[in-house]
Design a protein around this ligand. Structure first.
Ligand code: MEV
Length: 428
């Protein structure tokens, strides 16, 4: 028996074809023919395309795509594509939307499509002089930025503003330049990063300082998506349910431990739509959590209150840097299809829909938590996963899942025993 550990130093792995990479991987990880066949099946993402989206591709990772029903947003009915591996997430949006549909659904808005890029400058003798010197060059900065992306300018976007902050850090005083750019229907990372890189040497020259980082900020607080909605108290189960939900919000808004989970639930919905449309889930998540902490303490992304007529009103506001052009949004066939289903014509429209989904998600999570608890509904769906993990197929999945729920023990060992019993019964 060989004791030699396989080496992760595989020279030129990136240059290999997908098939050759799978072979190399099979040798490294002792994969068998069925493992390799699994990797070779890339589903509805062509291997060639996958190979160009990221590096060292050996396969694809499929995630279920569900459609949330019942959503009425700004007077228009929409089906919402959601890509997620988590059970209950799509159902949560459907349920929340059903309970406010007759009352008109969601109203949304957006602050704009402005992205910020930052340029870090240090080792400046006179930071406040440097700040003003940079601000004096606004027209020059605008010309330099806009020259980087004439197409964006033609589409009505481009440079909008220049801001310079003096920042005290552990490493001394820094001068941080923000360029504010309207990126229109693009998420805009490439556009603003190019501008920041172009501008950095000029800033160094104008100030005598040293530039370092040149990169967008994911705290996209000039690109805020907003949604609001009123759930009639009669539609949600009465005053007690409403008050318990508002109390749940008060808890989240006051306590970062609870707010993290509360906002995670919101992001369950948001990230699922962001992913389904081929947008950058991490960018949106980073922006959301940074925005939630903007007051110096991490708090709820939503607000819940009782209207004069006693109904439950929810609202949400968060950065939403998503686009319709560029990257996977245009290239991934499922992302293109999701955008077609959504029928959105602009990045703003997409961002607004996503904010409404986040609010809906939060409504359902709070309602479940403040009433029956999360496990009842969750376990009903989770029991099917457990049944499949136990080896159930076809009709067996429902049968085993039902027994797990009836018994109130959604456990793998119980599922396995139940499946054995079921199959023995069928064979007898
Ligand atoms: C689970 O993925 C999300 C929840 O924990 C959200 C919440 O607690 O509000 C249910």
């Amino acid at each position: 028996m060989s004791t030699t550990e396989p080496s992760s130093r595989i020279a030129g792995f990136h240059k290999l074809s997908i098939a050759d990479r799978i072979d190399a991987l099979a040798r490294f990880a002792d994969l068998d023919a069925s493992d390799c066949a699994l990797l070779g099946n890339t589903g509805n993402l062509a291997p060639d395309l996958a190979d160009h989206l990221i590096e060292n591709v050996v396969g694809t990772m499929n995630v279920p795509l569900g459609m949330a029903t019942n959503m009425r947003i700004d007077g228009r009915d929409r089906l919402i594509p959601m890509a997620t591996e988590e059970s209950s997430v799509v159902a949560a949006v459907c349920n929340a939307a059903r309970q406010c549909y007759d009352a008109g659904g969601f109203t949304t808005s957006m602050s704009g499509t402005l992205m910020i890029a930052q340029i870090q400058l240090s080792n400046v003798a006179d930071p406040y002089q440097a700040r003003v010197r940079i601000l004096e060059r606004r027209d020059e900065v605008q010309a330099l930025c806009d020259a980087c992306d004439p197409v964006l300018v033609k589409l009505g976007g481009g440079f909008r503003d220049l801001e310079v902050r003096v920042l005290e850090t552990r490493g001394g005083t820094m001068v941080i330049t923000h360029i504010v750019v309207d990126t229109r229907d693009a998420m805009g990372a490439n556009a603003v990063n190019t501008m920041a890189e172009r501008l950095a040497p000029e800033i160094a020259r104008w100030t005598g300082g040293q530039t370092n980082l040149r990169i967008l900020s994911n705290l996209a607080d000039r690109r805020l998506a907003r949604a609001r909605c009123v759930w009639p108290v009669a539609a949600i189960g009465g005053d007690a349910v409403r008050d318990a939900m508002v109390s749940a919000y008060h808890f989240a808004d006051a306590d970062p431990y609870r707010a993290a989970t509360h906002n995670k639930g919101i992001m369950n919905g948001i990230s699922a739509v962001v992913l389904a449309t081929g947008n950058d889930t991490r960018a949106v998540e980073a922006g959301a959590h940074a925005y939630a902490a903007r007051g110096g303490r991490y708090a709820s992304l939503t607000h819940w209150e009782v209207t004069a007529s006693g109904d439950l009103a929810g609202s949400i506001e968060l950065p939403m840097a998503v686009g319709l052009v560029g990257g996977a949004t245009k290239l991934h066939p499922t992302a293109r299809l999701s955008l077609k289903v959504l029928g959105v014509q602009s990045a703003q429209a997409l961002a607004r829909v996503i904010a409404a989904v986040g609010l809906a998600q939060n409504f359902s999570a709070m309602k479940a938590l403040a009433t029956t608890g999360i496990q009842k509904g969750h376990m009903a769906l989770h029991s099917q996963n457990i049944a499949m993990m136990a080896g159930a197929v076809g009709a067996e999945i429902e049968q085993v899942a039902r027994v797990l729920v009836e018994r109130g023990t959604v456990r793998l060992d119980v599922a396995e025993a139940e499946l054995t019993k079921l199959r023995a019964g069928a064979a007898a």
